[in-house]
Design a protein around this ligand. Structure first.
Ligand SMILES: [Zn+2]
Length: 417
């Protein structure tokens, strides 16, 4: 008999243990290719071995464990998430998705449950991108998308990615060896805390992800004319900050009136930024996301049109630079339906919701079908020490993962019969 309660208790204790491995004594901060990354891998590897898995670390520093199928040439089902954190992060973002499948597999192992596929658990070394400023380094190594130019990315201390790999015991030249062949991968499943308030609002412990939102980002600079706050009459001003204020409200208005699109101005810089000086130049960021790319682009077009109108009316110059563009990634219909059934089988009404945040599954989608399960987190808080989940919700998570794997197994056996 599998005991999801025992698994859930174990998972909570292990999140706690991993949460103690930090490069800063005052908060949780674990970055890619550090001593603490190595320590986390070693702890997780020990748990994998204990669960009856064979373990290895790939050239990108991702930690792997395999629960072997009944035959060696079987395909592989990959389940994972990331082991790195943001500075002052929480102990569940990423870690839950690595630890939960290990505790479930420990129970499979004890009961000698066998599957027609290997179950490979992966703990990615970098998802957050906090050390080298480039996200998803761990999963991009698997999909073969590392760029030669990343060799010279540097951290705050000026250490290059190439040198950090060498200190870790690997090398940039060797990264290719981490690339997977897509042919024998059944799919990639990822468990993650929701990082939003929807499940909590609807009083549900878990939910199934429909898609990971595609995002576009821009840096926008508005140039007006600086001047003395006391001497330039109101009607003669070209105040950049006032123009930007109107623009920010236009972003809010357009995104609010469209369903399923979110847009945010999170950063603003003003010059000269003096108490008695009319603003001459103001720069701000724009981040816009949706699980539907066409909807996002429609709202974006409306926002940019509004910017032009405001700039013209106020006779100021505007410069718009796009800094990021990623299309939405949709979860695989079949894997998603295996997971929807799995959630229902664990006694929870299946709620399907989009992911506004990026995840390793985004990268993995380029080589195999992906699906994701969200666990409710308190207040939707993440990237913060206040991240909190309950043992009861983890129990539902493990139970739903268990049923999902069984459902995938049944479908796979059916397909190959
Ligand atoms: Zn994460």
């Amino acid at each position: 008999m599998l005991d999801f309660e025992i698994a859930a208790e174990e998972i909570m204790a292990r999140c706690e243990a991993l949460g103690n491995i930090s490069q800063q004594s005052t908060c949780l901060d674990r970055r890619y290719l550090t001593k603490e990354h190595k320590q986390a891998n070693s702890l997780v590897s020990g748990w994998m071995t204990e669960a009856g898995m064979t373990t290895w670390q790939d050239a990108a520093g991702n930690q792997w464990g395999r629960y072997n199928a009944s035959h060696a040439n079987a395909p592989r089902l990959i389940i994972g998430s990331h082991l790195d954190t943001v500075p002052n992060g929480g102990k569940y973002d990423g870690m839950l998705g690595v630890i939960a499948p290990i505790s479930l597999i420990a129970q499979f192992s004890r009961d000698q449950v066998q599957f027609p596929f290997h179950i490979d658990v992966v703990g990615f070394g970098d998802e957050e991108g906090t050390r080298f400023g480039s996200t998803l380094l761990g999963s991009f190594a698997l999909t073969g998308e590392w760029k030669e130019s990343w060799r010279d990315l540097t951290d705050e201390q000026g250490i290059s990615l190439a040198d950090a790999l060498v200190s870790f015991g690997s090398s940039f030249e060797n990264i290719e060896s981490a690339t997977l062949t897509p042919e024998n991968i059944l799919g990639y499943l990822e468990i993650h805390i929701e990082q939003g308030p929807i499940l909590e609002n609807e009083n549900l412990p878990i939910g199934i992800v429909s898609a990971i939102a595609g995002a576009k980002r821009f840096n926008i600079t508005v140039t007006g004319m600086a001047g003395h706050a006391g001497t330039v009459p109101m009607e003669m001003r070209h105040d950049a900050l006032c123009a930007v204020s109107e623009m920010i409200l236009a972003v809010e208005t357009h995104a609010s009136s469209a369903r399923d699109v979110v847009a945010t101005v999170g950063k603003i810089e003003n010059a000269p930024n003096g108490v008695n000086v009319i603003s001459g130049r103001t720069s701000f960021s724009l981040d816009i996301r949706s699980e539907q790319d066409d909807k996002r682009d429609k709202v974006l077009a409306d926002i940019l049109q509004a910017f032009d109108t405001i700039a013209e009316k106020r006779n100021i110059a505007i410069d718009i630079q796009q800094t990021h563009s990623a299309d939405a990634v949709h979860c695989d219909t079949q894997l998603k339906s295996d997971m929807i059934d799995g959630v229902a089988q664990s006694g929870v009404s299946p709620r399907i919701l989009p992911s506004g945040a990026g995840h390793d599954a985004m990268a993995m989608a380029s080589i195999c079908p992906v699906a994701m399960l969200f666990t409710r987190c308190k207040g939707g808080i993440s990237h913060h020490p206040g991240e909190s989940i309950t043992v009861d919700d983890v129990r539902y998570t493990v139970e739903a993962l268990h049923h999902s794997i069984i459902n995938i197994g049944k479908r796979h056996t059916g397909e190959s019969a």
